[in-house]
Design a protein around this ligand. Structure first.
Ligand SMILES: [Zn+2]
Length: 164
């Protein structure tokens, strides 16, 4: 598949389009055929390099994205191939005390799609099935991709933390 990648940290000149292997999915995952991928400041931090961030190169950036389900894992229920979805880029274990309380970002295993693992700037991205949300047929992929990371960050700050 085609993907936006970088082989080493640095400026925008490090980005290039490359042919990379299409991801394979686990039993609890879905494979998304990405139709839109959005940019966050995190993508710039990751490309430039963060202290302690060790990536497998080449790295595919991109936390936010929306697309169509191309494959579903054998354990996945309630989602099907061809479904239009947006992606929640916050990845957590789903089982620890924090995940069970809904405080996914406090999970010891919390990470963000595109920061520590292959992201959405590609034809296909693998995500856990619990990280996708169906979108209406007439909802544009570009808008569905633009919201999740910034929206969830603001929502958590205002509603969960400040209880505004
Ligand atoms: Zn957890």
């Amino acid at each position: 598949m085609k993907a936006l990648v970088f082989y080493e940290h640095g400026g925008i000149e490090k980005l290039q389009i490359a042919d990379v292997p299409k991801p394979t999915i686990g039993a609890d995952d879905v494979l998304i055929n990405v139709k839109a991928s959005a940019l966050n400041h995190l993508d710039l931090f990751v490309r430039e390099g963060l202290p302690g961030l060790k990536l497998t190169m080449p790295h595919i950036p991109g936390s936010d994205g929306a697309g169509v389900i191309a494959e579903v894992g054998t354990n996945v229920r309630g989602l099907q191939v061809g479904q239009r979805v947006t992606i929640n880029p916050g990845l957590s274990c789903g089982a620890c005390e924090f995940c069970v309380m809904g405080e996914h970002s406090l999970c010891p295993d919390f990470h963000i799609l595109g920061e520590h693992c292959a992201g959405t700037a590609a034809e296909f991205v693998r995500v856990p099935a619990r990280n996708v949300l169906p979108i209406p047929d007439d909802f544009p992929f570009e808008q569905a991709a633009a919201a999740p990371l910034v929206f969830l960050t603001a929502w958590r700050a205002l509603i969960s933390r400040a209880r505004g």
